[in-house]
Design a protein around this ligand. Structure first.
Ligand code: AVJ
Length: 294
């Protein structure tokens, strides 16, 4: 209600991930235009032993926004952690991933945490050195200010972190990744309205809104919006919201960092970026962060 009452209507992207939205996101990761997942998988495969040496073997692996834990399998094989703590806001995605990993890695202790990592987390006490894993450029959903706050908090939860960030690149490549030909990203964006209809008793007409995504170059971010195709009023529970034709709800930011801009952010939050691995096409980066002096 607060977001829909702003002059620029906005909804936080974490609400994309109900069971349906998590499934749609998994389909996005396999789209030909969505290079992020493949680039991160390939750089992780290529540099796996160096990454494992940095992260430390046999400790605890904490993952923020674990989803289907696709890339994590590589790390689990290489690090052989005693404990894996996946944190995700989607209870269904978390349950499926934990069940699958339990079959695949019977020796691994799995402690799923259903929680919103954008808020302070209550985690079980660490029984060994803990490394945090935050892949997928999920941190790109946060503004640089929010990312700073997140990193500062994460420093108290793990000594070392592996963070995946999408790199700045040709705007056409970025545009295609968020405007795929099959319309899966559009369905993912519009599912937010379907979810509000289902869970909050709203009457958003899904054909009265359109997916819109563009690269905001000065701010270095993709913005996703849902644009009202006509002047209309929408009911959400007991509330009413008016839309002009062409007015949008801002549903997501996806920040792209250059290596330098990322380093500056991490350093401000008290981390030295000690390592950085990039895929062969120069699309995506995985950063190994350690606390200053640590
Ligand atoms: C999961 C936040 C990394 O920003 O690329 C994919 C979500 N949005 N297509 C991203 C997303 C539209 C994704 N993250």
């Amino acid at each position: 209600m607060a977001g829909l009452s702003l002059p620029q209507k906005a909804l936080p992207p974490k609400y994309f991930y109900d069971a349906k939205g998590s499934k749609l996101f998994e389909r996005i990761c396999r789209l030909p235009e969505y290079y992020l997942t493949r680039a991160e998988l390939s750089l992780t495969r290529e540099h796996l032993s160096a990454i494992a040496r940095f992260a430390g073997k046999g400790g605890e692996l904490l993952e923020y926004g674990s989803g289907e834990s696709l890339k994590t399998r590589l790390l689990i094989r290489a690090l052989r952690p005693k404990t894996y703590l996946p944190v995700d806001i989607s209870v269904s995605a978390l349950g499926h991933a934990a069940a699958r990993l339990a079959r695949e890695f019977p020796w691994l202790r799995i402690v799923p945490v259903a929680a919103d990592f954008s808020r302070p987390l209550d985690l079980p006490a660490a029984k060994g050195p803990r490394t945090a894993y935050f892949p997928g450029s999920t941190i790109g959903n946060l503004t640089p200010d929010e990312a700073h706050g997140f990193l500062a908090r994460a420093r108290t939860q793990a000594k070392r972190m592996l963070i995946g960030t999408d790199l700045r690149k040709d705007a056409n490549v970025l545009h295609a990744a968020y405007n795929d030909a099959r319309g899966v990203t559009a369905a993912f964006n519009l599912n937010l309205l379907a979810r509000i209809n289902r869970e909050l008793g709203a009457d958003f007409g899904l054909r009265r809104f359109a997916h819109y995504a563009f690269y905001n170059a000065p701010l270095g971010r993709i913005e996703m919006h849902l644009v009202s195709l006509e002047k209309q009023r929408v009911r959400v529970g007991a509330h009413r919201f008016a839309f002009e034709r062409g007015e949008s709800i801002h549903t997501e930011n996806s920040y792209k960092y250059s290596i330098e801009s990322w380093r500056a952010l991490a350093a401000n939050a008290g981390f030295n970026t000690t390592r950085c691995w990039i895929d062969r096409k120069g699309l995506f980066a995985l950063h190994g962060l350690a606390g200053a002096g640590g």
